[in-house]
Design a protein around this ligand. Structure first.
Ligand code: ZN
Length: 355
């Protein structure tokens, strides 16, 4: 298991994790054991395997190097039993970091190469979550379904529909709570994904997006004005645009901040303060998230420790407590939160000069 951090005060904070990917968070031990079991290990030792799974010193600052680390986990996560097993271990690790509300996210389509249907690729994760929840009855866990931007808007619509079929609002047990798009922002602008977001919203799913990680503030404007998201993953480039910061604060659009990952992918320059400080100054709701515990070599405890130069543990505890309100899990029977109600995609496009 990963080191659990060194600061006792931080370890004791009850944490809320709103942005964590399944693929990038499988403990190295677990990937190694599954690789060995199936005779797939490309290297002879666990230590060598770890280098392939965890971003190494000297590999920081480039998104492509970061994304390369997702290659090997996908060799094993094409099979129902493996997927539910790795999910269970990710929840175990979060629990050890005192995470008591966990939203995992996952792109089902990249888990269908061995023949799983999209629906099975989603329900395998839910099975793992349910098994973990039996062990930790006080923990809340939900799943956000991701469509990959580079696969285009039509595939995103299909994924939104598949996500609805397992929506929490339709089931008594754990289900899909939200919809997200991820992957390269450049060349795949948010505005093209309006229909998939509308399908997800009408199906009772909450909306978030990876935006402002490798694109400027325009990408975030499109996400709020055209897609109607209530949360933004990363959102780093928002600090370049004061009007946008004010808007995010006014509408209480939450930014899911992932400090370590942001430095590793180059979204924030090494040496610069993390944008979370600006977001806090403007009164924008924020959450402290890991993104990918394995690829980023981090944990919830470590992400909080990383912010120690600027924030006291008591302030971080307040952030976690406040984040709870923005969790998609908490709207079990109701419609998604009404923050997007004012959004009229055509008006949004006109305002942004896109039509
Ligand atoms: Zn992410």
């Amino acid at each position: 298991m990963k080191t659990q951090g060194k600061n006792k005060e931080i370890a004791q904070i009850e944490k809320v994790e709103l942005h964590q990917h399944v693929d990038g968070s499988i403990p190295v031990d677990v990937t190694w054991k599954l690789m060995r079991k199936h005779g797939l290990n490309p290297v002879a030792t666990k230590r060598e395997m770890e280098k392939l799974l965890v971003l190494q010193a000297g590999e920081e600052g480039a998104l492509l190097k970061y994304l390369d680390k997702f290659h090997y986990p996908q060799w094993i996560t094409q099979f129902y039993g493996n997927i539910s097993h790795v999910v269970e271990t990710i929840v175990d690790e979060a629990y050890e970091n005192n995470v008591r509300l966990l939203e995992l996210r996952y792109a089902p389509i990249i888990h269908t190469f061995a023949g799983l249907t999209l629906r099975q690729a989603i329900s395998s994760v839910l099975t793992g979550i349910n098994k973990a929840k039996d062990k930790y009855p006080t923990m809340e866990v939900g799943l956000i379904v991701i469509a990959m931007r580079h696969q285009g808007p039509h595939i995103a619509k299909i994924l939104a529909r598949q996500a609805i079929s397992e929506a929490q609002s339709l089931h008594d047990r754990t289900g899909v709570i939200g919809f997200d798009i991820a992957g390269a922002e450049r060349g795949n602008p948010a505005r093209l994904f309006g229909e998939s977001y509308e399908i997800a919203r009408r199906g009772g799913l909450h909306l978030t997006i990876h935006a402002g990680e490798d694109e400027g503030p325009q990408a975030i404007w499109e996400a709020i004005d055209i897609l109607g998201v209530t949360r933004i993953g990363h959102g780093c480039s928002a600090i370049q645009d004061k009007a946008l910061l004010k808007r995010l604060a006014r509408d209480k659009v939450m930014i899911e901040c992932c400090p370590t990952s942001n430095y590793q992918t180059g979204a924030v320059r090494i040496g610069d303060p993390h944008p979370i400080l600006t977001f806090l100054e403007y009164g924008i709701p924020v959450s402290i998230c890991t993104d990918n515990t394995t690829v980023s070599g981090t944990s919830q405890n470590k992400e909080n420790e990383r912010l120690l130069p600027w924030l006291k543990p008591a302030e971080m505890a307040k952030i976690h407590l406040a984040s709870k309100k923005y969790s998609f899990i908490h709207h079990k029977n109701g419609r998604p939160r009404a923050a997007y109600a004012h959004v009229k995609p055509e008006q949004g496009k006109r305002r942004l000069g896109l039509v």
